[in-house]
Design a protein around this ligand. Sequence first.
Ligand SMILES: [Zn+2]
Length: 277
Amino acid sequence: MPEGHTIHRLAADYAGAFAAGDPLRVTSPQGKFTDAAALLDRTPLRTTDAHGKHLFLGFGGAPGATGPADWVHIHLGLFGKVTFGPAPAPPPTDTVRLRLADDASYVDLRGPTTCALITDGEKRAIHDRLGPDPLRPDADPDRAYRRISRSRTTIAALLMDQKVVAGVGNVYRAEVLFRHGIDPYRAGRDITAGQWEAIWADLVALMREGVRNNRIDTVRPEHTPEAMGRPPRVDDHGGEVYVYRRAHLPCHICGGEIRTADLAARNLFWCPACQRP
Ligand SMILES: [Zn+2]
């Protein structure tokens, strides 16, 4: 599943593709979003927004209005994909849920878990039930800590709970816990305020870099392949990491074996020597 940096990147890319504010052709070749697409057709994309793994495309609204009238709410889920291309758009396949197009470019959305037309109020309700997102300027990390510091749940599970922190997925949770030497099985209530402050600041920095580079890199300069004289990582996720998908390989720092286990329905990776209980 894409992590938050991918969704924020998509929000910027959608906005960049249609920044001119021209009315767009909005269609649903697959047919599952046809009525909503017809309502939005020939209106401009006014703005985009992202919160965690949720993407919002804002359309319409009266001139001078404070915000868009309608939002398309998108959650990619496990299988959703977005493809950008230059005009002319090729004939759409019947898997395209939503196509936006103008004279310069087109964007196709396929296979999302959610693609729905919602009101501004419904959008606010989605924000309200999500935890703070390290990539949003309005994020309040103390809100997350209030929940974490009261919880007996493991910090690894809490970091994946979108109601606690929004946008962190399996890669960032494993990597940030490694970078701070924190055992993934430590209970939330045993994480100190100082530790949380450091984790949050690190998530902000790592995820911003993820948006810029469109991939997840988490190793410090002294642990890059060049610095260590080791071969670069080979993995379809790209990026240099400490523990994610490195089960049974030697830790870049201590040389011990990276472990894996199932936690919160996803594979967890950690180094038991560097992340002591
Ligand atoms: Zn280690």
